[in-house]
Design a protein around this ligand. Structure first.
Ligand code: GLU
Length: 498
């Protein structure tokens, strides 16, 4: 590619960053970095009603968290700013004027009632509505008069008759479109605010964007925009329309399918690297089939022309699995420990009450101990949010036995359970050293001496030490909690039995 690649991600700050938009941002980023190009972040806030400052801040924060980087934007500035559309209104006014002067646009004085009547008529006659073009032919004198009378007006783009446009999309291939269907569309509303299809062209051209990569839902907008590029004499960028994302029931991904915002996944304990990696596989697939890829590997492999021209299906289970892979295999232990601690410190409001208590306890332990626990249980939790549940036995010495634990005790009988634990406790007390190895050895001795099945002994000890009938390997547990805490737990258990 001869010219320097410049792409943009242009979210509207009207809500939290949606997974679909996050994927668009990621594909733009990978494409630009692959070609040594630049990324522009532009905030499209011309819809003053729905745009909110806090959403803009949230978008930036979520993008940063996800690991998408940009070179120019409202927070960084750059040579083609401002990067917030609400600060570019003067620029749009100038280009609207230009289009009026060249005759590519005209003022439309039709009232909302007149337009409504047109719409009604189309409906009655069973044809799709498009503006009649009534104001297309107003004479300059008429326009002058209406302006003097202070009549409100919109500015419409004069769509050429009978034009078929051909788009060579980098993903969809050749797409043809007859623009007659549009009718003359509004580019500036009667309150003076410019419309998306118009401002996006002005911005993309002035910001020297070479490739417009966005969701397929914008395809018909692209044809309107192509007309405006032509009318303003701007060079046309290349376009790539990304496939829509469907839920597993094959309907468009929405809240009905569960969490759809990046932020919600962060709150649910997902790792940004895993989500980033996962989103790249929605519509694109590496040629060699390797699915777990770092950002660097993705940058190297990503090719926009390999993006599929077919809907991508969002598989939540796969994301969950992938997050588990990152926890088990990808992050190094120190990094993972820091992520766990950061999650517990900053996101505990997303835990249930029980886990929150555990989280508080965990945070009282030295980092070194937490790190040891993480190393022992990292194959048993798939999200950071699950850590307190999986790791609880390492941190909590006083617990209530679970329903299953109670049932187990009933089954073996209180007396037998007491004997098991008393004998085991005696052995632990007199053991010179005590760790995982000794634990197994002593438990087996107890089984032998009391003529019980080893399974019964182990389960009873598990209930005594954790209040549960299943969970972490006990030798790993006692290895970490050590003799003193083991003895303490066994004593409390016996006290409870009384
Ligand atoms: N603000 C538009 C959106 O969020 C951007 C579309 C585009 O990339 O042109 O959908």
């Amino acid at each position: 590619m001869a010219e320097k690649v410049r792409v943009r991600f242009a979210p509207s700050p009207t809500g939290w960053l949606h997974l679909g938009n996050a994927r668009t941002a990621i594909f733009n980023y990978l494409f630009a970095r692959h070609h040594g190009g630049e990324v522009v972040l532009r905030i499209e806030d011309t819809d003053r009603e729905r745009s909110k400052k806090e959403y803009e801040e949230a978008l930036l924060e979520d993008l940063r968290w996800l690991g998408v980087e940009w070179d120019e934007g409202p927070d960084k500035g750059g040579p083609y700013g401002p990067y917030r559309q609400s600060e570019r209104l003067e620029i749009y006014r100038k280009y609207a004027q230009k289009l009026l002067e060249s005759g590519h646009a005209y003022r439309c004085f039709c009232t909302p009632e007149e337009l409504e009547a047109e719409r009604e008529r189309a409906k009655r006659e069973g044809r799709p509505y498009r503006y009649s073009g009534k104001c297309r032919h107003l004479s300059p004198e008429e326009v002058e008069r209406y302006l003097k009378e202070g009549r409100p007006y919109t500015i419409r783009f004069r769509v050429p008759d009978g034009r078929e446009l051909v788009l060579n999309d980098l993903v969809k291939g050749e797409v043809r479109f007859n623009v007659d269907d549009f009718g003359d569309f509004v580019i500036v509303r009667s309150d003076g605010t410019p419309v998306y299809n118009f401002v996006v062209v002005v911005d993309d051209a002035l910001m020297k964007i070479t490739h417009v990569i966005r969701g397929e839902d914008h395809l018909s907008n692209t044809f309107k925009q192509m007309l405006i590029y032509e009318a303003l004499g701007f060079p046309m960028p290349k376009f790539a329309h990304l496939p829509i994302i469907l839920g597993e029931d094959r309907s468009k991904l929405s809240k009905r399918h569960g969490a759809v915002s990046v932020r919600q996944y962060r709150f649910d304990g997902y790792l940004p690297e895993a989500l980033f990696n996962f989103l790249t596989l929605l519509g694109w697939y590496p040629k060699d089939g390797k699915e777990i890829l770092s950002k660097e590997e993705l940058i190297e492999r990503f090719d926009i022309t390999d993006v599929h021209n077919a809907p991508a299906v969002f598989n939540r289970e796969k994301l969950y699995w992938m997050n588990g892979v990152y926890i088990r295999e990808v992050l190094d232990l120190d990094d993972l420990t820091d992520r766990v601690l950061e999650y517990l410190r900053n996101y505990s409001e997303h835990l249930d009450a029980e886990d929150r208590k555990v989280a508080e306890k965990i945070l009282d332990f030295p980092r070194e101990f937490v790190r040891e626990v993480v190393s022992k249980v990292r194959d048993s939790f798939f999200t950071l949010k699950e850590f307190p549940k999986r790791a609880k036995p390492f941190f909590v010495d006083d617990f209530e036995p679970s329903e299953e634990a109670r049932k187990h005790l009933q089954k073996v009988g209180t007396e037998t359970a007491r004997k098991v634990v008393e004998l085991f406790l005696e052995k632990v007390r007199s053991a010179e050293t005590f760790g995982g190895e000794e634990f197994k050895k002593l438990a087996k001795e107890v089984a032998k001496e009391l003529k019980l099945k080893p399974g019964v002994v182990f389960k009873t000890l598990r209930v005594a030490l954790t209040g549960e009938t299943q969970g972490v390997a006990l030798d790993l547990l006692v290895d970490l909690i050590g003799k003193e805490r083991t003895v303490g737990r066994l004593e409390s258990f016996l006290a409870r039995l009384k």
